[in-house]
Design a protein. Structure first.
Ligand code: GRG
Length: 252
């Protein structure tokens, strides 16, 4: 099965996980959050990490869905009036704008719970995968609080953005049956890629805290460090290499 087939499997599994009907507004809000055109970066990272340790991407489908569900919850809550107060995301009304603030809070909560249910259904190493997801969930909140109330850019990027990348890769590594040393290599890859991704996001949004040439140099160094971390992994690392190259220089 190639990469697009595997992402189609993730989409189908997400649909199944989100197929609840009652209360209708809750599930509509959750589906709006998950099926509104996200790039699926974290699930791709998770599946490709299972392959990089010599495992099977199929075993990483539930973890891949789990990390996308957690990511979706963070976006729903980040858009709320009490946080970023955003009215649109991906060219569509945000969940709170379309379904109300109360439903958006609850839809985010429910997406997070569903993420843990999905992680627990991993056919291999479910306990480690659930723990990894929990660490990322705490990490992203630490990053968000620092973003709202502090000013440590390194801390914010490390936790608000890179923690979910690190968890996606580690979860894929565990699902693929990787050793702890191999999972460490995946974490190093994902940390550097996550930081590069955030710097690229700043350029796309035009709000980089550094001059553009400084940011470009950082992205280049971080991408090189990410690729370097893959050396020695026992499986096919091409999907992770391709992902890194695509994310750097992307348009959205
Ligand atoms: C509310 C706990 C909590 C956390 C919010 C996700 C987040 C933290 C804030 C959103 C704003 C932001 C710039 C986050 C950094 C990570 C990032 C660039 C998220 C967007 O990820 P993409 O580009 O989104 O993968 P798509 O739309 O493709 O799913």
């Amino acid at each position: 099965m190639d990469g697009s087939d595997m992402i189609a499997r993730v989409e189908a599994t997400l649909s199944e996980l989100l197929s609840g009907t009652r209360p209708q507004s809750l599930f509509q809000a959750m589906r709006h959050a998950v099926f509104a055109g996200g790039k699926r970066v974290r699930p791709r990272l998770c599946l490709a990490s299972a392959i990089a340790v010599g495992g099977n991407a199929e075993d990483a489908i539930f973890p891949a869905c789990a990390i996308e569900l957690l990511h979706s919850y963070t976006l729903v809550h980040d858009d709320l009036p009490s946080m970023d107060n955003d009215e649109t995301r991906r060219g569509l009304p945000t969940v709170w704008r379309k379904f109300g603030e109360d439903t958006a809070i609850l839809a985010g909560d429910a997406l997070q719970s569903l993420a843990f249910q999905s992680a627990a259904r991993s056919p291999r190493n479910a306990g480690a995968i659930v723990a990894e997801l929990g660490a990322a969930g705490l990490g992203v909140v630490r990053g968000q609080v620092e973003d709202i109330h502090g000013d440590d850019t390194d801390f914010i990027y490390r936790h608000k953005t890179a923690d979910l990348f690190v968890a996606a890769a580690a979860m894929g590594g565990y699902a693929g049956g990787g050793s702890s040393g191999q999972v460490e290599c995946l974490r190093r890859y994902a940390l550097n890629l996550g930081l590069a991704f955030q710097h690229e996001d700043d350029i796309i949004d035009g709000d980089s805290p550094f001059a553009e040439d400084v940011t470009r140099a950082k992205i280049s160094d971080l991408t090189a460090a990410a690729l370097d971390a893959l050396v020695g992994l026992p499986g096919d690392t091409l999907p992770l290499e391709t992902l890194a190259k695509r994310l750097v220089g992307r348009k959205r």
